[in-house]
Design a protein around this ligand. Structure first.
Ligand code: NAP
Length: 475
């Protein structure tokens, strides 16, 4: 079994202590990743501090050229990277290819943004003074990414940080470190100076503590669960460390009776089942207006039953395995709990028989009460709970009851209603007649317990810049 290295200060490092990486489609280990301890992470931060002194002084144009080279290398290796994403994460190969393509697009977007770290000139109120606001790179960044989009969520942090002039130490999730090694190989091939990007792996809590407590690390950017986000918020208090947090979601999807029903069903299919339901912006709960409730359910169930489930490397597969057996148990618990509370099971509802991998059948539940677990917590599985509503006011209230506010979806052809929904739904991203709202050039992030700050768009680079006011007295 191959042992993958870490990337530390420009060197590839294989260690004796390793973790195995499991293919969720077979439940079998297929590779190992090297691990380091906290003291070695501290050294990586020190090296990142050394790298920062010269990297911050390079021009935005030059930083952009490195990012373009990384994008080109990733594009060249797209097939092997996509295959590895499917092996370690389980998602169907076409979706892994789409993840690589989106990563390339993010890199190119931030390559262009690197030239645009604009400040501004502020009119003076006192004669002889001039005021400037300039933007400078924050410094060394500790980045922590999750397993559900193992490549693109790392890229979404590393690309803007490098564009801004920061140096980065990336820690990927323990289940999916190999896509990050591939990304590091593309970075290495770009000729990026040593210490500017490093890849670490090891105990998550130790690495997190080192990022929090080491004064060289000036910012932590994190994507993952709200519970780990809360640990980071508590830990950041001591050093008043800057944090960007992309946390859990619990997205509502609203279908109004004036919607194009076929488009609403297609939108719900992609918003629910993309990435096997393991997306932070997945439609977790679906509300349908009474007069279109039955026709929606009929079309949605028919399309759900037609989904092909299997190993993501097999042709035509649309639903892969869940990440591990805990994820299977959570899906089963959410389904059982909904049925106990009066929901009707229309299809699916159990693990796939006869498979060693972590497969859960695509599942539709109707008449799901608001008190059911799946209407309140992130399910992270191909489980679609559907509930009926009568009025716009009622459904907005039910959509906003969640403590999370990452994304929301609404299907309607009424322009006035679309504007009312944009303004009143409590979510950082809202897809109106759109089940896939994410794009490189628009801000991505949540409100309420879904996090702090934004990735992507102009805001994505802003997160790694600090503003300085310069007051100049000139005779
Ligand atoms: P997780 O358990 O929070 O893990 C995410 C990352 O945090 C992993 O790298 C993990 O390392 C690390 N981690 C765990 N404990 C830590 C600690 N004490 N200190 C520092 N880091 C720690 O989340 P997950 O289950 O992998 O990912 C799913 C969650 O991510 C869902 O809630 C999903 O909604 C959220 N998510 C949010 C977004 C967004 O943009 N808002 C995007 C995608 C996913 P180990 O793997 O080594 O334990």
């Amino acid at each position: 079994m191959k042992t993958y290295p870490l990337y530390l200060n420009g060197e590839w490092v294989i260690t004796e202590t390793t973790n195995t990486v499991v293919n969720p489609a077979t439940a079998e280990p297929f590779a190992r990743i090297s691990l380091i301890d906290r003291s070695r992470v501290a050294r990586a931060l020190a090296d990142a501090g050394g790298g920062f002194r010269s990297w911050r002084a390079t021009t935005g144009k030059s930083r952009g050229e490195y990012l373009q080279r990384i994008a080109g290398e990733l594009e060249r290796r797209r097939d092997e990277v996509a295959r590895l994403i499917t092996l370690e994460n389980g998602k169907p190969l076409p979706q892994s290819l789409a993840e690589v393509a989106m990563s390339v697009d993010h890199l190119r977007w931030f390559a262009e943004e690197a030239r645009r770290g604009y400040g501004r000139v502020i009119p003076n109120q006192v004669e002889g003074k001039r005021h400037l606001a300039i933007k400078t790179a924050i410094g060394v960044v500790g980045a922590i990414s999750p397993w559900n989009f193992p490549l693109v969520l790392g890229v979404r942090k590393v690309a803007p940080a490098l564009a801004a002039g920061c140096t980065v130490v990336l820690k990927p999730a323990r289940q999916t470190p190999l896509s990050a090694v591939e990304f590091a190989e593309c970075i290495d091939a770009s000729g990026l100076p040593k210490g500017v990007f490093q890849l670490v792996a090891g105990s998550a809590s130790e690495i997190g503590e080192e990022f929090l407590e080491n004064p060289v690390c000036r910012k932590i950017t994190f994507t993952g669960s709200t519970s780990v986000g809360q640990i980071l918020i508590r830990g950041a208090a001591q050093g008043v460390k800057a944090l960007s947090l992309e946390l859990g979601g619990q997205a509502p999807l609203l279908v109004f009776d004036d919607a194009d029903l076929t488009k609403a069903v297609d939108g719900a299919m992609i918003a629910k089942y993309r990435n096997t339901g393991q997306s932070c912006i997945a439609a977790n709960r679906i509300y349908v207006q009474r007069s279109v409730y039955q026709p929606f359910l009929e079309q949605f169930v028919a399309k759900t039953k037609a989904l092909k489930v299997g190993d993501g490397l097999e042709d035509g597969v649309q639903i892969g395995p869940l990440i591990d057996k805990d994820a299977l148990a959570k899906a089963a618990e959410h389904v059982e709990n909904a049925i106990e509370q009066g929901a009707r099971l229309l299809c699916g509802g159990k693990t796939l028989p006869g498979r060693k991998g972590f497969f859960f059948e695509p599942t539709v539940l109707a008449d799901v009460p608001d008190a059911a677990l799946c209407m309140q917590e992130e399910t992270f599985a191909p489980v679609a709970p559907v509930s009926v509503f009568d009025t716009e006011t009622e459904v907005i209230e039910r959509a906003n009851v969640s403590k999370f506010g990452l994304s929301a979806y609404a299907f309607t052809r009424d322009l006035g209603r679309a504007f009312r929904l944009m303004e009143s739904l409590e979510a950082g991203m809202i897809g109106i007649n759109d089940g896939v709202p994410t794009t490189s050039q628009a801000p991505f992030g949540g409100v309420k317990q879904s996090g702090w700050g934004r990735e992507l768009g102009a805001e994505g680079m802003e997160a790694f810049l600090q503003t300085k006011h310069i007051s100049l007295c000139i005779d």
